[in-house]
Design a binder for this molecule. Structure first.
Ligand SMILES: Nc1ncnc2c1ncn2[C@@H]1O[C@H](COP(=O)(O)OP(=O)(O)OP(=O)(O)O)[C@@H](O)[C@H]1O
Ligand SMILES: [Mg+2]
Length: 270
């Protein structure tokens, strides 16, 4: 066994996707897609718009039954488990969806308390007290808990949605475009928060993003969705060498080069 294989066998895959097919009518989104997510890593998932990143996320967390294929999470095939066992596993996930941020009719702490009441069986006062702690963990100042989503900035909504995703102390955090629409400074701060949470809580992070700076600064590995499958999944410098046209224009186009330069400069300063 070579060093790379040895290193991999020592690492546990928390998610294994094998031979996954997802079709909508005649449209094939995924064909024979394979992916492993390792415990403790931040995996960046990239690909052009419409390549099926969000569909992949929804399939892994059990919200969509694939056309065929296997999804194993913590060594269990979610699709074959009885509902009760399946929901016990699903509670070990925290998800920040691309569009579904917060319920507008509830204030911030009520939003975060909801999964604690529904899934952990806490009473409302306890759930709201714990929700306030999660808000602080997500970097929101005291007083935010009583605001309504419409009273928050875009960055604050993302942090509140992150607090909700963290409500049940998940082991795996799924984030779908968490920094989309944020200014570069807020996006960089959000990236650092994800890194800190991963290091402090030992989370595994599945992070769908278009943000090249995010890929360069916090991701351990990058999976590229192209041609209906995961074309490459490796360290960024390895993936960037792939000859796929989308990979070439994404990593070696003007924005890709600028992000690389910025990442290298930051490293030099450190
Ligand atoms: N429920 C659905 N019914 C029919 N088609 C769907 C459904 N959900 C997704 N699709 C299609 O699957 C394809 C992949 O969608 P998906 O949302 O996963 O793309 P994405 O990679 O997340 O794109 P983006 O970067 O724009 O978020 C798209 O063509 C989309 O129209
Ligand atoms: Mg998407």
């Amino acid at each position: 066994m070579n060093a790379v294989a040895q290193e991999h066998s020592a690492q546990e895959d928390v998610i294994q996707v094998r031979d996954l097919v997802n079709r909508f009518g005649t449209q094939a989104v995924h064909e024979h897609l394979d992916l492993d997510v390792r415990r403790g890593e931040i995996l960046g998932v990239v690909g052009g718009s419409g390549t099926g990143k969000s569909v992949l996320l929804r399939t892994i967390v059990g919200l969509r039954r694939p056309t065929s294929g296997q999804v194993q999470v913590f060594g269990q095939d979610l699709l074959r488990l009885p509902p009760e066992q399946r929901s016990r596993i699903e509670r070990r996930f925290g998800v920040l969806f691309q569009n579904g941020a917060l319920f507008s009719s509830q204030n911030v702490v009520e939003n975060i308390a909801m999964p604690l009441i529904e899934h952990a069986g806490l009473k409302r006062p306890e759930a709201e007290a714990l929700g306030t702690v999660k808000l602080a963990l997500a970097g929101l100042p005291p007083g935010t808990e009583h605001k309504y989503p419409s009273e928050l900035s875009g960055g604050m909504v993302k942090r509140a949605a992150l607090a909700r995703a963290l409500a049940l102390d998940p082991e795996v955090l799924f984030l779908d475009e968490p920094t989309a629409g944020l200014d570069p400074i807020s996006a960089a701060a959000f990236d650092q928060l994800i890194l800190t949470l991963r290091d402090a809580l030992g989370l595994t992070v599945f992070l769908v993003t278009h943000d090249l700076d995010t890929l360069y600064t916090i991701c351990d590995r990058v999976a590229v969705l192209s041609q209906k499958k995961v074309l490459a999944c490796d360290r960024l410098d390895v993936v960037a060498q792939n000859e796929d046209p989308w990979v070439q224009s994404y990593f070696h186009g003007p924005r890709g080069r600028a992000a690389l330069d910025a990442a290298e400069q930051t490293r030099e300063v450190k």
